[in-house]
Design a protein. Structure first.
Length: 222
């Protein structure tokens, strides 16, 4: 399948998508969930925490919550306590994301990839079970060959995807909306397509940016 990347058509054999803010309109819900999660006793640190969250989308929720306690508050927390806090976040977050809509053009682009016979993976910082539940609730799960949540981190998972599929990195595209996604693509040498969302813009170089994933197709119907 040929896609418009870096200003020209390039042959691609594998598509990997972030979920939040790329496939689904869940970013606003995720941001609100992190705001609501901050314990009342530490509410004065919420703005500082949200700066960390906004700059670090694409990383696992466990990473953000650990950062809140260990880096912002300077506290040491046990793995059991961290697990409880992640579960508390999930209780806030998952209902907010349950009815998320597709981002404009994303479903159509995924269908075009499926029609072309290109393998389609989801690679997200959301844990496996809630990721699968969210995609299933929106009718998206059946459009992908493999769905991968966290852990591990995206660079490790993308490395494993390429090894398992045997696809060379230069024939793989990772579509994301955050610096963590760009870093993962750079880590393996894959093409990175930036699809902006509410997350902070990546700080590293971007060669392909779209406002609708259908802009990657040679024939565009918008």
């Amino acid at each position: 399948m040929d896609l418009l990347l870096e200003g020209s058509l390039k042959p691609i054999d594998l598509l990997v998508f972030d979920c939040d803010g790329v496939l689904l309109e869940t970013m606003a819900a995720k941001i609100e969930a992190f705001r609501q999660w901050v314990p009342q006793a530490h509410i004065a640190w919420r703005d500082a925490f949200m700066e960390v969250v906004m700059a670090g989308f694409g990383k696992a929720r466990t990473h953000h919550i650990r950062c809140f306690y260990e880096e912002i508050l300077g506290e040491t927390v046990s793995e059991a306590f961290l697990s409880e806090e992640v579960e508390r976040f999930a209780d806030i977050c998952e209902p907010l994301c349950a009815t998320a809509a597709w981002r404009i053009g994303s479903r159509e682009f995924v269908l075009a990839c499926r029609q072309a016979g290109i393998p389609r993976y989801v690679l997200s910082g959301t844990p496996q079970q809630p990721l699968e539940a969210m995609l299933s609730s929106t009718g998206a799960a059946g459009l992908f060959d493999v769905i991968i949540g966290s852990p591990p981190a995206k660079p490790e998972s993308l490395t494993r995807i390429l090894a398992e599929t045997g696809v060379p990195a230069h024939r793989c595209v990772f579509v994301g909306d955050a610096e963590a996604d760009r870093v993962a693509a750079e880590h393996v040498g894959a093409h990175f397509v930036y699809f902006p969302s509410e997350a902070n813009r990546p700080t590293g170089p971007i060669s392909t940016e779209v406002s609708d994933l259908r802009q990657l197709l040679d024939v565009i119907t918008l």
